[in-house]
Structures are given as structure tokens and as C-alpha cells.
Design a protein. Sequence first.
Length: 410
Amino acid sequence: MHIPSLIESKREGGELSREQISGLITAFTRGDMPDYQMSALAMAIFFKGMTGAETTALTEAMLHSGSVLQWPADAPMRVDKHSTGGIGDKTSLVLAPLLACDGVWVPMISGRGLGITGGTLDKLDSIPGFRTQFSESEIYKTLPITGCLMVGQTANICPADKKLYALRDVTGTVQSIPLITASILCKKLAEGLNRLILDVKYGSGAFMKTEAQAHELAQSMVTVGRSLGVRSSVRLSRMDEATGESAGNALEVIECVRCLQGQGPPDLEAIVLDLACAVSISPRAELARMLRDGRAWAKFQHMVEVQGGQVDSLERLHLIHRAPVIHEMKAPASGRLAKLDAGTLGRAVLELGAGRAKASDPVDPAVGVDQMRKVGQEIRAGEVLLRIHARSQAAAEAAEKAILAGLVVE
Ligand code: URA
């Protein structure tokens, strides 16, 4: 295999074979293909794209660059969801225990926050004692006990993706549909899944800004997922408004606890049920019952306990992570709330300290917004529109000013 010729072929818009792609990924994982060659190849893919067959081959090669979880033939069906990320997108924390109540297994491997969107692992870190770094043998031991697990990527899962993602991040090659498809799917398929639901969002609070881009990504992921033997489906939705009533790490866990206790909010509950229906055994009405009668809440508490978290902290998170300043942002006028822009809100929450500017930054579990009113509601001037949890009054005021820029009351 002559690597420069393969890079040139892709640069000219040629199609690489499954064997060539597998050879490239194997060489890169072993360290036989230097970063500069892989960066050049990523840029050629960025400009020339990949066919469905190439994207499938790339996903497969990245999947097999490390271990793939293997489950016994008589094990329950394994299901999961992947979200392309959004503001206040906290559905995983409710969905995983809900699905486990349905008798399927959910070996959920999640990530940290990226850009203005939050990450499941960062949210879970606000539960005292909760461990997300599990070895593969711990995963095998624990999943049969709880039916659901929420952990980070292990060292052996998709090492090619770890290396390639780090390169893409610094070479302007993140926003490529085939590269995103392979990166997301290889990690999900490494869980040994039977069914996958892809929650693809577009709009101001999502990575994909237009419906056309989101549709293209969704199509690519479903095609590759299905060709690799996983029943995959998509929920395509707008993200112009944050999900639920809060954004920020501990604040979102608090909201999920409420949802698991059957107390909404309605939009979060509806999204969770939509996603659950796509991969579950039971119909929607039965899933809604599991959410409202305490079964999903009991399952979540069991998972927290098994992952080392303090179960009795779950209803005290608002005290454990109480920000020094809780500032009420009041509605500037009366009328219908026409817009509370998710992108603007996400950037304000990031500035408060809930997200990162670089990978090594810590996140602040306490900061963010909650008690957010929803678009379409009637509000009166002076009513609380949302609460800002901040480290200082100045930070809260800066967030209020930023959020105001994305607010429309008609
Ligand atoms: N998330 C991933 O894991 N990979 C991408 O390429 C983009 C988002």
C-alpha cells in the first residue's frame, strides 16, 4: 500500500476500496501512518466526500481498530441513542433507565461537552461519587445487574477515532459528513448494539444549522448503521429553543430527577418517549407509565448506586451545587414569548463556566439557567423568565445581557 497515492486518489475525487480504507486505518492506529498523512487524507475527504460504501468501510475499520463489546447470544437486545447535541439536551439520563425498565440493555458510552452543547459525562460528574470511567470487565459485570450503564469511552474502544478526532479538531476537518458519521457510529457500534436511534438536531443551538445538512447527516448515519447490521432510525428535530427548563450540569441532572419522578417538563418527557419508542419493545403508553409510576426513577437510582454515586444526594443536588448568585431574569415586556434563542443561551451558559474553551478545562457543575419559560407561552412584564446561576453578580449580569439579545416577546 502506497499511502501518498491513496491520498492523491481521494484528492482527485476517486473512490477508495474497503481494503484500502482498512489498510489506512490499521496503519494509522499502529503509528505506521504519520499524523501529517492522515491530516491530508482527512482534508481530501472533507473536500471530496465519500460514497456510502466508503463511509461504511471507514466506520467498520475504525470500529475494529479496538475492542467491540461481545454479549452472550441469549442476552437481552442492546439498544442506544446518539444525539448530535443541543442546548439543555439531557434526554440520555432519563432515556437509559426508562429503556432498561423495558427489559432491554443500554450500554451507553457517552462523551463530554463539545462547543456550546453539554455532555452527558459532565452532567453525571455532578452526582457525588458517580464513576464514569469503567473498564471493559466492569461493563460486562455491571450491565446484567442494572440493565443500563452510563460510562465514558474506554482506552480500547475505537482508538483510531480518538487519534483521528484529535487531528480533525486542529486541522479544520470536523465538519465533514462521512468523517462525523464514521466517528459517531464506530463508538456506538462498539457497544454491540441491535438497535440505535439517532437524535439529529438542526438550528441555532445545534452543530447542523440547516435542515438540509441535518437530513444529509441523518441519511448517512442510517445507511451506514443499517449496512453494518444495526436497526437504525432517526428523529430529526429543530433546536432553536433549549430542551426543557434548564441548561447547565447539575441543574440538568436536577431536572432529569424531576422528570424521572413523573414531573415533566412536558417537552423533555415527549422527546424521551419519542426516542424510547423507536428502540423499545413496549408501546409508548406503557413507557409513559414506567416514567410516571416510579419504575424509571428506581432504575436510575439503582444505576447511580452501582456506579458508586451517592443516591441520597440526588434530591439534594440544588444544595450541594448551589451557585453563589441566583439571579432572576425578568421579562422586559408583556406578550407571547416568540423566541429564546438556544444558540445565544448556550453561549451564555458556556461563558458562565458550564462548558469548556479547551479540552483540559474543568467545568463548573453549579452554573447555568433554570426555571426557563417556553416559547409560545404568554408572559407579563416583570415576571421571572428564567434564573441565572452564576459565580458572581457581574457574571450573572453579563449572561442576562447576552440572553436578552436572543429574546423576542411579541
Ligand atoms: N461527535 C463525535 O464523536 N465525532 C464527530 O465527528 C462529531 C461529533
